[in-house]
Design a protein around this ligand. Sequence first.
Ligand SMILES: Cc1ncc(COP(=O)(O)O)c(C=O)c1O
Length: 395
Amino acid sequence: MTFDFDTPVNRRGTDSAKWNVGPTELPMWVADMDFRTAPAVEKAILDRASEGVFGYTTFPDAWYGAYIRWWRERHDFAIEREWLGFAVGVIPALSTAVRVLSEPGDRVVMLTPIYSAFPAIVEGNGRKTAEVPMLRSYESGRPVYSIDWDALEDALRAEHTPLLIFCNPQNPTGQLWDRRTMARIGEMCRAHGVTVLSDEIHSDIAMPGKRCLPFAAASENNLAVTATFLSPTKAFNLMGLKTAAVCAADPELRGKILSALGDLAGANVFAAPAAVAAFTEGGEWLDAVCDYIFQNKARVDRFLAEQLPEIASTPSEATYLMWLDVGKITDDSGKFHEYLRRETGLYVCPGTWYRGDGARFLRLNAACPRPLLEDGLDRLRTGVKKYEAEQGIRV
Ligand SMILES: Cc1ncc(COP(=O)(O)O)c(C=O)c1O
């Protein structure tokens, strides 16, 4: 079957958070794709809507079965039914887990740059973010990140440090983590009594031929110390539906999170049918959308190499996000993102939202039809060239 990802979907005036922008602006910021979801998911939602009765709902066996099968077949992770519980979203579930697994004032470790909601929920709950900046080096002019193991160990061994929030794959860098790295992190966490909350919401968007291995599947030890946060929403573009899951093998850990989720665990009537359709019938569409996204990412890289060699993207095997090093142009990506938006209408995320070395990065969302991508690249070139001319930057 072929799918049309090229034809733009008009999202202006649809109450889309991403497209809540000026009439000539082009949003390439929040992690939301400009594609319709998989036909099977659309059909499941329309079928459920046509029932016309929307009373309280439960979770059918099919919901558990869909998660179990998908993670076994796609991610080599053998989930047992009782490990799973529903959540309305990854961030509400993570925030609940932080509250129930730590005390006010405790430290929560994370590798930076990192998705901005993690420090926000930690600090919003009166805990402290213990940032471990990743080490950046360059290979063929492109930024590459690795873990500063000594700094990580120091952070995990510090007193009052019950949690690590891990992002697999990493947002914003798009890094896929390998088994050895994750097993080593898991060993350290176990040695220091730290529980891992692994956010795997982006795990189904990977470069063709690559697979995302869940943190909990990297070793027996990892399984014991981890709660995983799963969802079909990023890969199938369903964020507005609010459907996710918490998965933990350890009964005590699972019990604490699921009982604390309490009233947050009530689902809307479309949550289960959409997840079931995505995970049972969405595979072919997903492979096609990943193929399209990684062609888009390759197009951005060719464009940068030919037209804006002063900007380098971070090599990435997962997510539709691109982490662009603009350090040759600015050391304040916050101001630079405002400039690009004002001068060209292109709205990308400033790296400063993600802490770590984000002041020299922009995050660009490449999950859009190719005409929009080309428009975004034109705007980027116009904005960068104008900025360089104004600032007297010679590259
Ligand atoms: C790593 C990561 N986790 C969680 C979320 C949001 O999850 P949810 O909408 O399920 O709360 C996002 C959204 O961008 C994300 O990038």
